[in-house]
Write a protein that binds this ligand. Structure first.
Ligand code: ADP
Ligand code: MG
Length: 233
C-alpha cells in the first residue's frame, strides 16, 4: 500500500489512477477485474493473452471523473478487433478531446450482478468513515445509504446492508440475481474493518469510491475505483 501512495506523492498527485486505486483495493483483499493498461493499439494483442472475454475498455485521464458520460467506457467487447474499434472510437470522441489521455485500461467484465457502492471518507473528528449503498438510482435518487465510523466489525457490515431500504433487491426481488451477503460483508470489511484500507491508510485516504462493486451469487468485484489522497501540508 505504501509504495502506491508514495509513487503518487512523489509525482505530486493527490488522485490515484484507476489501476492504482484498484491495486490498492486488491492489496486490502477486494476482488478487482484482471486487467492490463495500454498506450495504443499495438499493445492490444499482447494484453489479451492474459485476459478472458468479454472485455471492457476504459479511457484513463486524471481529469476524467465520469468516464461513461464522456464516452470513455465500452462494455461487452469480444475480441481484439472490437477492442481496437473501441480504442479508435475513444480517440475520436469529442467529449474526450478535452482530456489528456494517459492510456487505456482493458479489463475483464464481471459477471452480471447487483451494483453496490462502497465509499470512504475522512472525518476531522471521527477519522475514517465507511459508506454502503445500492448502486444506480438507489444512491443517486433515493440517497439510500448507510454510514459507520471505522473500524467496523462483520455485524456492523451486516447491519449496514440490512438498513438499506432497497436491501431486498439483493435477495433477488423481482427475479434478479441473489447477491452473496458474505462476499459483500467481506468487501465492506476490506474497506472499513480494523485491518481495512481506510484504517491502514491512517488518514492518507480522504476519499474512496468503489462505484460500482458488482455482487453476484459468489463474488463482489470492484469494477471502478477512485481514491483521493490528503493534500500535502
Ligand atoms: P464511470 O463511473 O467513470 O463512468 P465505470 O468504470 O464505473 O465508469 O464504468 C461505467 C459502468 O460500466 C459501471 O457502472 C458498470 O455498470 C460497467 N462496468 C465497468 N467496468 C466493468 C467491468 N469490469 N465489468 C462489468 N461491468 C463494468
Ligand atoms: Mg463508476
Amino acid at each position: 500500500m505504501q509504495s502506491i501512495l508514495q509513487a503518487a506523492r512523489t509525482a505530486g498527485r493527490t488522485m490515484l489512477s484507476e489501476p492504482e486505486a484498484k491495486a490498492l483495493a486488491a492489496q486490502a483483499g477486494l476482488r478487482v477485474p484482471r486487467s492490463a493498461t495500454l498506450r495504443g493499439e499495438d499493445e492490444i494483442e499482447d494484453a489479451l493473452r492474459t485476459l478472458g472475454p468479454p472485455f471492457v475498455l476504459k479511457a484513463m485521464a486524471s481529469t476524467l471523473v465520469h468516464k461513461s458520460d464522456a464516452g470513455g467506457v465500452r462494455l461487452h467487447l469480444r475480441d481484439a478487433a472490437q477492442v481496437r474499434e473501441a480504442l479508435r472510437a475513444m480517440r475520436a470522441e469529442p467529449r474526450l478531446a478535452a482530456h489528456e489521455l494517459d492510456g487505456f485500461l482493458l479489463e475483464e467484465m464481471a459477471p452480471r450482478g447487483h451494483e453496490f457502492v462502497i465509499g470512504g471518507s475522512w472525518h476531522p473528528h471521527f477519522g475514517p468513515v465507511v459508506m454502503a449503498g445500492l448502486g444506480g438510482i438507489f444512491v443517486e435518487v433515493f440517497a439510500d445509504v448507510a454510514f459507520r465510523i471505522c473500524p467496523i466489525e462483520r455485524i456492523d457490515a451486516e447491519e449496514m446492508i440490512a438498513e438499506l431500504r432497497g436491501a431486498r433487491v439483493l435477495d433477488g426481488a423481482r427475479g434478479g440475481v441473489v447477491a452473496s451477503r458474505s462476499a459483500l460483508v467481506d468487501a465492506l470489511m476490506a474497506v472499513g474493518g480494523a485491518d481495512g484500507l481506510l484504517s491502514r491508510a491512517g488518514g492518507e485516504i480522504v476519499e474512496l469510491d468503489l462505484n460500482p462493486v458488482i455482487v453476484d451469487a459468489a463474488h463482489a468485484t470492484a469494477v471502478d475505483a477512485r481514491v483521493v489522497l490528503r493534500a500535502a501540508a
